[in-house]
Design a protein around this ligand. Structure first.
Ligand code: NAD
Length: 451
């Protein structure tokens, strides 16, 4: 099939590359010429494990193209996937300006396209415009109207929310737990099924449903995952208040099969480009439809507070924010989670900003997220390629991301480098007893501090 992906971000680039990898002819379109230039030179603009090699192979095979030329990208495609960003606006609504701008471009391209070449039946029947971006219920219809405002020629709409996780995106897309497709007509459902069948040879389902339900599935899934994280963080905070150990509580609680043990780890709360904005978008949908969503509002508030609570632990240890001035703080981890260079809504950035505002010097290491952090924080913090290089004379180490390489460091080396052996671990990477035996003062989440 001839497919155009609109937007070469984490979703558009990964899914486009994976579609091309099974033999489809894929064009990835972006309005950012710097991204397209990088891609045409064989450089991925994002970090995602395994992606560089997959792009290179399919690009060289002539199945994967990168362009800023909208006319070319839209005219030839049988299916167009809108994968542009839908960030929160200042009111917490999903901002649809990129989605609707793409829709308008698509409408113009359909209108100006020469008549169908008469080849494939599907081509003569009209293009399918697929909204893959995460969008509030009703957006698919708005996109249809924005396209129809530009052309009377036939086209079809589908909703196809994406469930990949950054850091494991290729595997998630190639072996999905499920594919969700929303359509208004059976023919489009059939064409979407045909596209996805090679990805579900694992026996996992393709759910074809109505469009509003498909749009809601994505929000329901992300709101549930966000709720789990805020829930366990709230329990962790109670554990701290009452001297319980959240590890023990977790074990005892999650052995109930109705609860399960997945995605229930305490820490600094969620970040990234999805959970925060999607939870807020659900709250906004509730306000708009006068259907209160107090639970999801609380999920968001608990999450935003969690990183501030952790910062407060640092402040409290040093005896007040004013005492942070002149302190040297090492920071391990900047990305919102391991396996990605994405720092959108990352707790590390909130904490680094607050430390810098209080007059501390922050010396940071992240395996892949220096470039993306520098775009946001500039040189207000130091960046080090080696994790131990952050520690020289440090007054404390703050751990913000659970990268695997942080899990078993050389504690002796850390102790000898640091000015004071103090660790604030926002991801509960270590056993408190071990850190105490190693001579550290150690703070984590939901567990009693040791020294
Ligand atoms: P992103 O910000 O990484 O990428 C979006 C890209 O779209 C950018 O490169 C931008 O230049 C481009 N763009 C904007 N307007 C355009 C236009 N008119 N024409 C062509 N290109 C245009 O975004 P992302 O993280 O890939 O997310 C995209 C959507 O997918 C969002 O709605 C997000 O919620 C959803 N989603 C993201 C993830 C994830 O893990 N990142 C997972 C599932 C769903």
């Amino acid at each position: 099939m001839r497919i155009t992906m609109v937007g070469t971000g984490y979703v558009g680039l990964v899914t486009g590359t994976c579609f091309s990898n099974i033999g489809n002819e894929v064009t990835c379109l972006d309005v950012d010429p710097a991204k397209i230039e990088k891609l045409n030179n064989g450089i991925s603009p994002i970090y995602e494990p395994g992606l560089d090699e997959l792009i290179d192979r399919n690009h060289k095979a002539g199945r994967l193209h990168f362009t800023t030329d909208k006319t070319q990208a839209y005219t030839n495609a049988e299916m167009i996937f809108i994968c542009v960003g839908t960030p929160s606006d200042e009111m917490g609504h999903a901002d649809l300006k990129y989605v609707l701008a793409a829709a308008s471009d698509i409408g113009k391209a359909i209108e100006n396209a020469p008549g169908a070449t008469g080849g494939e039946l599907e081509e003569r029947r009209g293009k399918i415009i697929v909204v893959k971006s995460t969008v509030p219920v009703g957006t698919n219809e708005k996109v249809r109207q924005a396209i129809a405002a530009e052309t009377n020629k036939p086209f079809y709409m589908a909703s196809n929310p994406e469930f990949l996780k950054e850091g494991a995106a290729i595997n998630d897309f190639n072996k999905p737990d499920r594919v969700v497709v929303g359509v208004n007509d059976e023919g489009t459902g059939g064409r979407m099924r045909k596209l996805y069948e090679p990805f579900v040879r694992n026996g996992h389902p393709i759910f074809v449903m109505d469009v509003p339900s498909a749009e809601m599935v994505k929000y329901a899934a992300n709101a549930m995952l966000a709720t789990k994280i805020s829930f366990i963080n709230e329990i962790a905070n109670l554990c701290e208040a009452y001297g319980s150990n959240v590890d023990e509580v977790w074990r005892g609680m999650t052995s109930d099969a109705r609860i399960g043990n997945k995605f229930l780890y305490p820490g600094l709360g969620y970040g990234g480009s999805c959970f925060p904005k999607d939870t807020l978008a659900c709250v906004s949908m509730g306000i708009e439809s006068e259907t209160p969503t107090p639970l999801l509002k609380a999920v968001h508030d608990v999450n935003q507070q969690q990183r501030l609570n952790f910062y407060d632990k640092i402040v409290e240890f040093f005896g007040g924010e004013e005492n942070l001035s002149g302190k040297k703080i090492a920071m391990w981890g900047l990305a919102f989670k391991p396996g990605t260079d994405d720092v959108r809504e990352a707790p590390a950035l909130t904490i680094a900003n607050k430390l810098v505002d209080a007059g501390a010097t922050v010396e940071a290491h992240d395996p892949v997220a220096h470039e993306t952090t520098q775009i946001v924080l500039g040189d207000s913090i130091g960046y080090h390629d080696d994790l131990y290089a952050t520690l020289g004379s440090a007054d404390a180490l703050v751990i913000c991301t659970d990268w695997p390489e942080f899990k078993q460091p050389d504690f002796g080396k850390m102790r000898s480098l640091m000015g004071s052996p103090i660790v604030f671990d926002g991801r509960n990477l270590y056993n408190p007893q071990l850190l105490q035996d190693e001579g550290f003062t150690y703070f984590s989440v939901g567990r009693t501090p040791v020294n």
